[in-house]
Design a protein around this ligand. Structure first.
Ligand SMILES: [Zn+2]
Ligand SMILES: [Zn+2]
Length: 130
């Protein structure tokens, strides 16, 4: 089995995990979930594949206030919320503000390329617990 083919199989494994679990997992979460069934996987391999997938545009890397980056299988423009209790990240289905960048661009000399909004709060499940 060639190195190339093994690499592709691992990449697909990681990609599928992100798409099938819309929790915007961090690299650590991806690694710990996949490791049980795939002990040959290393954290370094996970990071390497996440970078390749992000560069290909297959997934999105999201910087958050949390200490690790999160990965998203949805690549269309949308907003997020992070639960301050459990740390999970969710999609927020509010209309994407396409005009915002044009409005902002008129008021700044810097070249704006995109925008992100992350709401912070408490998720449905954590609200129910209280
Ligand atoms: Zn929560
Ligand atoms: Zn998302």
């Amino acid at each position: 089995m060639s190195e190339q083919r093994r690499f592709s199989k691992q990449r697909k494994l990681i990609y599928d995990m992100i798409v099938e679990n819309p929790i915007h997992p961090s690299a650590d979460v991806i690694y710990s979930r996949l490791r049980a069934d795939h002990p040959e996987l290393s954290l370094g391999t996970v990071y390497r594949n996440l970078n390749v997938l992000s560069e290909m545009g297959a997934i999105k890397k999201i910087d958050s206030r949390m200490k690790s980056e999160r990965y998203d299988g949805r690549t269309d423009d949308h907003y997020h919320m992070i639960c301050e209790k459990c740390g999970k990240m969710f999609d927020v289905e509010t209309e994407y503000q396409t005009d915002l960048i044009h409005e902002a661009q008129r008021k700044t000399p810097h070249l704006l390329k995109e925008h992100n909004i992350i709401f912070y709060g408490i998720c449905e499940k954590c609200c129910d617990k209280n």
